[in-house]
Design a protein around this ligand. Structure first.
Ligand SMILES: Cc1cc2nc3c(=O)[nH]c(=O)nc-3n(C[C@H](O)[C@H](O)[C@H](O)COP(=O)(O)O)c2cc1C
Length: 227
């Protein structure tokens, strides 16, 4: 399988990417897959101009001549795409959102209404083999609503993705927290193995990956006591 990882953390030492790396370790345990990691922050990707030039040309590329066209080529060629990024203001970091906005060349202007009433643009090519995983780490403890907007965006944009949202992610890069972070990383590796077999994750597995490392009250206290 061809696996494309879009790493949307702007940091060299990303909390979220630790999770993604563990997931990839399980997913590519036997080294049989081709994994291509794009560090989006290192790429030159302008915001979408909204010109719809792509829908005039319909060649799967953007009229802006920058690194996005290389990503679109990789996108079309992938079996699995992993979007790995930190939660920023309840959504994707802006440089990664630019990548998402500029996947518009991969659909046509033509609209289709699905049986459940939702409306989509028809795909430019057959993407039925493409599977999407979203791995998002965030700085807050778990609270209802933190990930709602992001989840809706991902469901609408990616069809039926496996979405994993992890609270308290900064603990992944704190050596003193290894006692609770390491078991989570081990669960991510195991989940990668599960994914390699079925190309999906059970609700039970996702719930295990999203379980906070420590209770919210203790996390808030730790953060505040460091101030
Ligand atoms: C600009 C900005 C916005 C953020 N917004 C949120 C947010 O809405 N909710 C949240 O829980 N954490 C938020 N965070 C915290 C990050 O998600 C958190 O630090 C994460 O662990 C960083 O992951 P990374 O190391 O993979 O980049 C924000 C951080 C920044 C810098």
């Amino acid at each position: 399988m061809k696996i494309l990882v879009l790493n949307g953390s702007p940091k060299k030492k990303s909390d979220t990417y630790r999770l993604t790396d563990a997931f990839l370790k399980g997913l590519n345990k036997n080294g049989e897959h081709e994994v291509h990691v794009v560090n989006v922050i290192e790429k030159k990707i302008a915001p979408c101009r909204g010109c719809f030039g792509c829908w005039s040309r319909m060649d799967g590329h953007c009229v802006i001549d920058d690194d996005q066209n290389e990503i679109l080529d990789l996108y079309r060629d992938s079996d699995v795409i992993i979007w790995s990024f930190p939660l920023y203001c309840y959504g994707m970091p802006s440089h990664l959102k630019a990548v998402l906005d500029r996947t518009i060349p991969l659909v046509k202007m033509k609209m289709v209404q699905l049986p459940d009433g939702t409306v989509r643009h028809e795909a430019l090519a057959d993407f039925s083999r493409l599977h999407t995983v979203v791995i998002c780490g965030c700085g807050f403890p778990n609270w209802e609503g933190n990930f709602d907007g992001l989840k809706k965006t991902c469901e609408n944009c990616f069809g039926n993705p496996d979405i994993i949202c992890v609270p308290e992610a900064p603990m992944l890069n704190i050596p003193e927290a290894a006692i609770v972070a390491d078991p989570l990383l081990a669960r991510f590796e195991k989940a990668g193995e599960e994914y390699a077999g079925t190309l999906t994750l059970s609700a039970e597995t996702i719930a295990g990956l999203e379980t906070p490392m420590i209770p919210a009250e203790a996390y808030i206290q730790n953060v505040n006591s460091a101030l």
